[in-house]
Design a protein around this ligand. Structure first.
Ligand code: DC
Length: 207
């Protein structure tokens, strides 16, 4: 079974994906980390994230080991990632990696922006997570502060809104809900409640 989880930044995709993966005994791919690793490579090499040729070369060179780096979560990387992920050649270069991961038995959980629409349009389970921007900013700011990074809610909210606009507005594989996705609004849900709601839905898809 393939479980595809999409939604905007800080809607709770990662937490839910990890819990579902553990529950079903599947591997989990955070596809945002793939795009972040491309941006990290470019920044480390002093290259410009808008340089499409350099970005595509970086996307082809990314390895699974790079996805574990804590430096992928830096805010400068978040901003550059939103730019590189709009480059069609970068998305094409990362598609094969994602599809191979998804189709390896016995199943997989992938989270991102275009999993249910582009990467795995035939996934048995598609979840689309949403939450109010203010709540997402509060969560992301707390996550940053917990890691010792100073963060102001209002500034994080502005970043999230800019990123939402870029992720939804780009022409290649924009953030959008698959017609057959189950929408889960997590604004009022803690991680346990979101997990319970997702499991209840999955039971209806794969009894
Ligand atoms: O989920 P995240 O914050 O780690 O994602 C980082 C960026 O990567 C975000 O700006 C959107 C982009 N992304 C994407 O375009 N497609 C995906 N499947 C996953 C992430």
């Amino acid at each position: 079974m393939i479980i595809a989880i999409d939604g905007p930044a800080a809607a709770g995709k990662g937490t839910l994906a990890r819990r579902l993966a553990t529950h079903f005994g599947y591997p989990h791919l955070d596809t945002g980390a793939l795009y972040r690793a491309v941006a990290r490579r470019l920044l480390d090499a002093g290259q410009d994230p808008t340089d499409a040729e350099a970005a595509v070369a970086a996307a082809r060179a990314v390895t699974a080991a790079e996805l574990q780096s804590p430096r992928l979560r830096d805010e400068e990387v978040s901003r550059a990632t939103s730019v590189v992920s709009a480059i069609p050649g970068v998305r094409a270069a990362l598609l094969q990696f994602q599809r191979r991961f998804a189709t390896t038995p016995p199943g997989a959980v992938l989270d991102g922006r275009d999993i249910g629409t582009v990467v795995c349009p035939d996934a048995e389970v598609k979840l689309f997570l949403e939450a109010a921007p203010e709540e997402r900013a509060r969560r992301r700011a707390k996550e940053l502060r917990d890691r010792g990074v100073p963060a102001i809610d209002a500034r994080v909210l502005q970043d999230i809104q800019e990123r939402d606009a870029r992720d939804s507005g780009r022409s290649t594989a924009p953030l959008s809900r698959a017609a057959d996705a189950y929408v889960l609004d997590t604004t009022q849900l803690d991680p346990d409640a979101a997990f319970a709601a997702a499991l209840a839905y999955i039971a209806t898809r794969a009894p």
